[in-house]
Design a protein around this ligand. Structure first.
Ligand code: ADP
Ligand code: MG
Length: 221
């Protein structure tokens, strides 16, 4: 089943000197796809991921999520899709600073249409080594623990599409592998993952690999 489709997407930033990190990208994301987009820092990976997630407007081209063109969606429709169908692991922390890790997860769960399920919260906190830290604020844990908490927040929604922006940053080998395992398990359960990374080492689990270069995606495998 098709989850997301990008058709001839272009993105320019016009603040100051014009930059066009995305020249022309077309991409279809189906359920069960594990896609990795690789490229050096500053090439446009985060920009592309934001566009896929409907968080950033493209300069031109069309983006369809769940069969619907996002240009024709109301703000509410787009917010609902983002809240329910898309799990975003951002490059920088988006945890709510005033809430504990557990409260952050409860909040994300309450924002999605899924039923409240504390078992799932406990499961992800345990898998990601955060159970003992669940009552700490984001400012009271390490960068790696915050990254893992962000992964838990994205997974707890059980979204159709997981967009992971350098999710292994700040993680040692053990936790990076655990995060990759969780993303692979989501794919095995029929979800789609788009992972962007500058570190090719973490791209190996992907079924489809692309290099982003000069605003265009080049298929690697
Ligand atoms: P990557 O994630 O691959 O490191 P980004 O998508 O963050 O790359 O950035 C791609 C290019 O777009 C960079 O040259 C960056 O400086 C520029 N850029 C990113 N965000 C903005 C913005 N909000 N305004 C202007 N330029 C931006
Ligand atoms: Mg980035």
């Amino acid at each position: 089943m098709e989850i997301c489709r990008l058709v001839n997407v272009k993105k320019s930033y016009e603040s100051g000197e014009e930059v066009t990190p995305i020249e022309q990208v077309s991409l279809i994301i189906n359920s069960g796809d594990f896609i990795c987009i690789e490229g050096p820092s500053g090439i446009g990976k985060s920009t592309l991921l934001y566009i896929i997630g409907g968080l950033l407007d493209a300069t031109s081209g069309d983006i369809y999520i769940d069969g619907k063109n996002i240009n024709t969606m109301t703000d509410k429709e787009l917010t609902d899709i983002r809240g329910d169908k898309i799990g975003f692991i951002f490059q920088d922390s988006n945890l709510i600073q005033a809430l504990t890790i557990e409260e952050n997860l409860l909040f994300v769960q309450s924002m999605s249409c899924k039923k409240k399920d504390y078992t799932q919260i406990k499961y992800y906190l345990t898998r990601l080594g955060l159970w003992e830290r669940r009552n700490y604020l984001p400012s009271e844990i390490s960068g790696g623990q915050r990254r893992r908490a962000m992964v838990a927040c994205a997974l707890i929604k059980d979204p159709l599409l997981i967009l992971a922006d350098e999710p292994t940053n700040d993680l040692d080998e053990h936790w990076a592998k655990e995060v990759l395992s969780l993303l692979s398990e989501a794919v095995d359960n029929g979800k789609s993952v788009v992972l962007v990374t500058h570190n090719t080492h973490w791209a190996e689990k992907a079924h489809l690999r692309f290099d982003l270069s000069q605003g265009v995606l080049y298929r690697k495998i």
